[in-house]
Design a protein around this ligand. Structure first.
Ligand SMILES: NC(=O)c1ccc[n+]([C@@H]2O[C@H](COP(=O)([O-])OP(=O)(O)OC[C@H]3O[C@@H](n4cnc5c(N)ncnc54)[C@H](OP(=O)(O)O)[C@@H]3O)[C@@H](O)[C@H]2O)c1
Length: 297
């Protein structure tokens, strides 16, 4: 790939990095939408999860940022508090059932309720299928698939079975498989299927369950990959109709919509937030353009 193609994408990413403090959250949703409600957002201390947490807090929810690294969670709480929102940091490793139980119990202790669960926490690493170790495979499956399931189960058993609620799972674009990350493709496909099953089993309790499948998003999560692989990921931006990376805000607004009453007739579906990347066809690849500006938070 030609370097001149990469540069604008990198500049875009740098100017939208997670640590940039925005005085207020840019949202299209109405003030007070989530007033009096509580949301757990796994992985809420960084990247896409933090953006979702900030938007939900801005709209009135008390947000629980839940993940392993307290340092990131506390930074997120500080940012949200500075923006006038209500947030708590709760340590949670979704790979450990005891940790999930403790996180859900702590949330109820702190706020007395849970209305929304956003299963955003996850991770993976690039590797050809033939060299993935058993340990690496299980780590990704336990986080992205098993963790998402047991988090949902615990929130349902402790709260949603009595009051209803809404779950949104963040998955990924794995429509055509997931070359170089077979583990996460398998896990995300599993979550897409779990989404349908839970929507069917729990609908009678007033629970809606949907997923959002982002394309390539210019989030801090991409910084974790080694630079060569990151450049490879950036190059996928040309495969969607905007020919740019997506923004955290573009994922967040889709999540907020699915959580909101505006989506009260929607359950069991996966919403692709990828500007058509999952429809890529070599017959008519997207034409580079600047006609599809980003929605920024
Ligand atoms: N950026 C993209 O292009 C893209 C595209 C499709 C899907 N996604 C998915 O979207 C989600 C957010 O990604 P991001 O780009 O915002 O990356 P990120 O900043 O790396 O976010 C991942 C979050 O998951 C949390 N996490 C990881 N393992 C966990 C565990 N065992 N228990 C609890 N939390 C855990 C991390 O927190 P701790 O380290 O503190 O635990 C971190 O906050 C991820 O699931 C990612 O795979 C991203």
């Amino acid at each position: 790939m030609h370097l001149s193609y990469y540069l604008p994408v990198k500049n875009f990413l740098n100017s939208h990095s997670q640590n940039k403090t925005t005085p207020n959250v840019n949202t299209v949703f109405k003030t007070g939408l989530f007033e009096g409600k509580t949301a757990i957002i796994t992985g809420g201390g960084t990247g896409i999860g933090l953006r979702i947490a900030r938007e939900m807090a801005y709209l009135g929810a008390t947000v629980i940022l839940a993940s392993r690294k307290m340092e990131n969670l506390l930074k997120g709480v500080e940012m949200i508090t500075a923006e006038g929102g209500k947030a708590h940091a709760v340590e949670c490793n979704i790979r450990q059932e005891e940790s999930i139980k403790a996180c859900v119990a702590k949330t109820i202790e702190l706020t007395g309720r849970i209305d929304y669960l956003v299963n955003n926490g996850g991770g993976q690493f690039p590797s050809p299928a033939e060299t993935i170790s058993s340990k690496g495979w299980h780590a990704v499956i336990e986080t992205n698939l098993t963790g998402t399931f047991f988090m949902s189960q615990e929130v349902f058993n402790r709260q949603f079975i009595n009051t209803g609620g809404v779950i949104v799972n963040i998955i990924a674009n794995m429509r055509n498989g997931f070359p170089i990350m077979v583990h996460t493709g398998a896990a995300r496909a599993g979550v897409e299927n779990i989404t349908k099953t839970l929507a069917t089993e729990w609908g009678k309790y007033g629970v809606r369950v949907n997923s959002v499948a982002p394309g390539i998003i210019g989030s801090s999560g991409l910084d974790k990959y080694d630079p060569a692989y990151r450049d490879f990921i950036y190059s996928f931006a040309k495969n969607n109709q905007t020919t740019r990376l997506g923004t955290e805000a573009e994922v967040s607004s889709a999540v907020v919509f699915l959580l909101s009453p505006a989506a009260s007739f929607i359950t069991g579906v996966t919403l692709a937030v990828d500007a058509g990347e999952s429809l890529f066809s070599p017959v008519m690849p997207p034409a580079e353009n600047d006609k599809n500006p980003a929605f920024e938070g």
